[in-house]
Design a protein around this ligand. Structure first.
Ligand SMILES: Cc1ncc(COP(=O)(O)OP(=O)(O)O)c(N)n1
Ligand code: 3NM
Ligand code: MG
Length: 216
């Protein structure tokens, strides 16, 4: 997998993020052209145990049909057990160093960074990509840090070289050109697609802007 390309239109969702059937929403997003999907099942009433595994597998199957890589948030064991394409971990999750040590080499490990120091450390730890944010204020993640804005993206890009990097937090489709111009390889969204009147149109709008503004 070309990670930088995959980061272009990166959709994240769990059952809590959509008012409609999450599998319907995911299929709409896939039809709209998302390039990567992260299964993030957390928050109040999040599915656990067998129900979580079933939803993950159903979503993974859909992603396979559309040839879109499937990443699991936080839950490294789940990612390994269902043969996901990778895992995304934050500062309070299992360390990238451990995951890299114990997982096959094709397994993609994404790491969150909310500031320059965390971004530099993620590179040292061997992250395959970094997720930087929040760029703007967001209501989707309760424990989100203070927004770093577009300048925050550029500051991190200038310091970390060319590691694949995606921006996250409060992003709407119209932010895409500015985010890519600031130095990110793509945009990562939850509500901009999952809460949209048409997830398909929302995904398509983001994908088109990514394709217009991304140089690779
Ligand atoms: C692409 C991407 N970037 C950042 C995050 C946030 O990860 P984390 O800080 O571990 O927070 P949770 O998502 O686990 O609440 C992400 N999931 N994806
Ligand atoms: C999952 C997540 N991580 C963030 C971070 O800053 O690391 S912000 C965030 C929520 C993104 O949701 P929305 O696109 O609806 O704002
Ligand atoms: Mg996490």
């Amino acid at each position: 997998m070309n990670v930088r390309e995959a980061l272009g239109a990166y959709f994240i969702m769990g059952s809590n993020n959509a008012n409609l059937d999450p599998l319907f929403v995911l299929e709409q997003a896939l039809k709209g052209g998302i390039t990567l999907f992260q299964f993030r099942e957390k928050g109040a009433n999040a599915k656990v145990g067998d129900e979580k595994v079933k939803l993950a597998k159903d979503m993974q199957q859909l992603c396979k049909q559309y040839n879109v890589p499937f990443i699991v948030n936080d839950d490294v064991n789940l990612a390994i057990n269902i043969h996901a394409d990778g895992v995304h971990v934050g500062q309070d999750d299992e360390s990238a160093v451990n995951i890299k040590k114990n997982c096959p080499s094709h397994f993609i490990v994404g790491v969150s960074a909310t500031n320059l120091a965390e971004a530099k450390q993620a590179v040292i730890d061997g992250a395959d990509y970094i997720g930087v944010g929040p760029i703007f204020a967001t209501n989707t993640k309760e424990d989100a840090k203070a927004p770093i804005g577009l300048d925050g993206i550029t500051e991190i890009r200038d310091a970390v070289g060319d590691i694949p990097m995606v921006a996250i937090g409060g992003i709407k489709h119209e932010h895409t050109p500015g985010i890519i111009k600031a130095g990110a390889d793509g945009v990562s969204v939850i509500s901009a697609i999952s809460q949209a009147e048409s997830p398909l149109v929302a995904a398509r709008d983001i994908r088109e802007l990514v394709d217009q503004h991304k140089s690779v």
